[in-house]
Design a protein around this ligand. Structure first.
Ligand code: MUC
Ligand code: MG
Length: 371
């Protein structure tokens, strides 16, 4: 099916509570939606989410929209969506970087390709291995008591038994204390992990990780800045608790380097970091070949973006650390008419043509910018 048109819209979705990361507190999450329309009117939708404008990564929502419209769209119009890998090859030959922009466009093209054949996207990636995926919740209210309450409610509702704590903001020792209090409150009923979002230097990481390891914490995500791959290697070989690479996996070439030098023994998959689903499958292959474990990361996408990630993750044999596709649960509203189902500590991978999600156009007009 040849692509006739491509549109981009920026959407701001309010969150149910402030979500505190090292570099930004999210109260309004910005997502970028791409719609490609085929010659017979069939539509494919793509999404990427960003965190805090320019504070999490170099691509801002406004730059993503502009770069898609000006530089990527002309390379995609008129092409056959079924050739999505060939289209990405063309785009990569003409556009440097811009992995978020490329990921949003590729996701839309892939959905159009799947809908043209009347199949789910996971079928285009070799078929589903998992029909549901374990899903973590991020405790990031910034208050120990509230986080413990959130964790206990979640366990009781059988929604999550994996919790990730954002501890990159503020005093490291107090943060470690906060984590250990939560671990003490939930005991062995849940897996407690931390995400430092690059905030520590190596010496801070040494004493904090030691205390976290002794306290029974299961995973340490991106303790050092993305550039400090040598430091990450030293931490990964020094501690028994696994060190996960997230922000340091900004391209396939970086993924290879991180694998080769073991600058982390778990990888967080994120389609937006590496320009989309096809590249994410390659990240999984590099990790598999290197004996590195996988985790299905998120940039806190809406229901559509969550379904996009879930379709791909469902085709990857071993996601040892589960996923954190909790995005829709953090928002007060949704841009789809159907919801992602969460039950028994898992996310059910939506089925149906494409990603299995129906866009609610009225909601897009409500939350979209400049519409
Ligand atoms: C990140 O660094 O992993 C994912 C969940 C969350 O709370 O923040 C993001 C980004
Ligand atoms: Mg992270």
């Amino acid at each position: 099916m040849n692509i006739r048109s491509l549109d981009v819209v920026i959407v701001d979705l309010p969150t149910i509570r402030p979500h505190k990361l090292a570099m930004h507190t999210i109260v309004m999450q910005t997502i970028i939606l791409v719609r490609v329309t085929g010659e017979d009117g069939l539509e494919g939708w793509g999404e990427v989410a960003t965190i805090g404008g320019a504070s999490y990564c170099a691509e801002t929502p406004e730059a993503i929209k502009m770069n898609i419209e000006k530089y990527i769209k002309p390379l995609v119009i008129g092409r056959n969506a079924a050739h999505f890998d060939a289209i990405s090859y063309t785009v990569n030959n003409h556009v440097v970087g811009n992995t978020f922009a490329k990921a949003a466009v590729e996701a839309a093209v892939i959905e159009l390709a799947a809908k043209t054949r009347g199949v789910s996207v996971h079928e285009l990636f070799g078929g589903q291995i998992h029909d549901s995926l374990p899903v973590a919740w991020t405790l990031a209210s910034g208050e120990t008591r509230r986080d413990i309450e959130e964790a206990k409610e979640s366990l009781h509702a059988k929604r999550h038994n994996i919790f990730k704590l954002k501890i990159g903001m503020g005093d490291p020792k107090r943060n470690v204390d906060h984590v250990l209090k939560i671990k003490e409150a939930v005991g062995d009923t849940a897996s407690i992990r931390v995400d430092v979002n690059q905030a520590w230097d190596e010496t801070t990481a040494m004493y904090c990780i030691e205390a976290l390891e002794d306290g029974g914490i299961d995973l340490i995500e991106q303790p050092l800045p993305a550039w400090n791959k040598e430091g990450m290697s030293r931490l990964a070989s020094r501690f028994k608790v696994p060190i996960m690479a997230d922000e340091s996996l900004g391209s396939l070439e970086e993924v290879y380097q991180v694998a080769k030098h073991r600058s982390g023994n778990v990888f967080s998959l994120k389609p937006a970091n590496v320009s989309g689903l096809t590249a994410t499958k390659k990240v999984a292959a590099i990790a598999e070949a290197a004996g590195i474990s996988l985790y299905g990361g998120t940039m806190i996408e809406s229901a559509l973006g969550t379904a996009i990630c879930a379709h791909l993750y469902s085709t990857i044999p071993e996601m040892k650390y589960g996923t954190e596709l909790f995005g829709p649960l953090l928002f007060t509203d949704t841009i789809t008419t159907n919801a992602i189902v969460y039950e028994e500590f898992q996310l059910k991978v939506p089925n149906g043509p494409g990603y299995g999600m129906e866009i609610d156009v009225e909601k897009i007009f409500h939350y979209g910018r400049d519409l």
